[in-house]
Design a protein around this ligand. Sequence first.
Ligand SMILES: [Zn+2]
Length: 378
Amino acid sequence: MHINLNKNYKFKCINCGFESQKETFKCPKCGGPMQIIYDNLAWVVDSKIPSMWRYKSLLPEANKLISFNEGFTPIRKIFGVLSKLETNNPTGLYADRASSIIVSSFKNKIIETSYEEDFTLSLAYYSKKAGIKLRVYVMPDNVDPQDLIAIAKLGSEILFRNEIEKSGLEYENPYTIEGLKTISYEIYEKNPKVDKIYVPAQSGTLVYALSKGFYELRQMRKDFNEYELIAVKLHHANTPEILNYSKYRIKISEVSSREALESMISLSKRGFNLKPLASAAYALARIEGNGISIITGSRKISMSESKKYSELKRDIINIFSDNKKRTAYEIWLELNKYSLRGIYKSLNMMVINGELCEEPILKGQRKIKVYWRCEDSL
Ligand SMILES: [Zn+2]
């Protein structure tokens, strides 16, 4: 079915240049982060696939493709600022792009990892689907309890530890970079008329991945118009070291905590439940103008919303008693008493919990999802 491209790539240390043909997550020479370098890069896009896997030929070999149609996220205006909505990913997080590649490439039956906010939840979701056991090491004082519940519900094993000790798979690894770089590809493909891309920077992995995507585009595409890539950090935070090694220029900017919090509040009025750092890129994009901000992720429904959620969930299940497929918009019209965003959130949760199935369909250039009750949940 798919074009069988001869994929030749190697793992290379971002810091010292050490190379290996074998899968390597940390440089054995200097401990630096590794990335994947391809021998031949060619821009081949399978435009029928409404997910980041449309760039399959530019990604590492999938052992068995595990996808919930992550990526191919929309760019929309929020209060006048163009924003790439990573919140539209299956678990509401940009990290889904990384998880999909990780579990697809993984050859073992078990993944060990230390808890990292957002990333671990996404990875647990994908591991479940892949039939891979996820073992998560957690420091009790350093965990989001809501995350922990969700991770446990997804069947991951949780082991408590008292000291910080990174072990097993970390968020920063070559597959994560490959997954996240597809954000750059999507921006190039949609070709919005902007000069700047604003990206929140904490560990720096996301910005680095986008810089890799743009660097590869520069090599592959003559018509590639360079964007100014801006890593946005909070005023008091350090500049992530990995950004020094990018071959594509990254500008480092910062916003004050106050500016980030103001944006966080204003975005919450549009239903985005973001953390201050995630709002920082948007804050700067709003100040400077003519750019796209990457909205990295939204926290799922909180405790206080859970009562309302269970009512809404019951109504949605009732609607699906006829076994027809529907879009979120159609459900919203039928129920006629909830917000469209509330419906989206609930549908997402129900898909994660296995109560509903979803499938994307392409309508023109837009990806639209239809939902139905999976047979085994009837
Ligand atoms: Zn090295």
